[in-house]
Write a protein that binds this ligand. Structure first.
Ligand code: GNR
Ligand code: NI
Length: 176
């Protein structure tokens, strides 16, 4: 297992559309999911899409357990949203690829999912609350969409500029 580097804006790879996993879920995919979980826990974050570590495959990991609770890792291969339900609900979102930026995004409150789990077994279930928010945020990554794409152009540009500046500052401090 290894912690991988998380891509941040404006890295063009974050705009790529990720490709479905073809055929079975293999040990190689599981090794990738292990790395993604380790990277997500270290960040720390509650979800991660493969493209955030530069791998353009339709794979997501997530853990919505609270601090002090036992870890509850979840893996999603080729996830699909079958149906959305409920009113749109606002939630203050963040993203490891847009560090230290938080803003409200509205998404449908519930969605029905189909995906393959870590072992390649098919699952169908409803997601709601934070699970619904997070899976929609992660599935957007698979389409090359970031939560800041839902904000005004001004807010989005400010967010990207802030991340760029923070990166430059970190590089400068590293040199000293
Ligand atoms: O860690 C994360 N927290 C979060 C908070 C609100 C809505 C979505 C998220 S996902 C984010 C990790 C991430 O960037 N996943 O792509
Ligand atoms: Ni994200």
């Amino acid at each position: 297992m290894a912690i991988r580097e998380i891509l941040t804006v404006p890295d063009p790879r974050l705009k790529e559309v990720s490709k479905p996993v073809a055929g079975l879920v293999t040990d190689e995919h599981r090794a990738l999911m292990d790395d993604m979980l380790e990277t997500m826990y270290a960040a720390p974050g509650i979800g991660l899409a493969a493209i955030q570590i530069g791998v353009p495959l339709r794979i997501i990991v997530m853990d919505l357990s609270k601090e002090g609770e036992e870890r509850a890792p979840r893996c999603f291969v080729n996830p699909e949203i079958l149906e959305m339900a409920g009113e749109n609900k606002p939630y203050e979102e963040g993203c490891l690829s847009v560090p230290d930026i938080f803003d409200e995004v509205e998404r449908p409150a519930r969605c029905r999912l189909r995906y393959l789990d870590y072992n390649g077994n098919p699952v169908e279930e409803w997601a709601e609350d934070l699970y619904a928010v997070c899976i929609q945020h992660e599935m957007d990554h698979l389409e090359g969409t970031l939560f800041i794409d839902y904000l005004s152009r001004l807010k989005r540009q400010r967010a990207v500029d802030k991340v760029k500046k923070a990166k430059l500052r970190a590089i400068r401090e590293d040199a000293n």
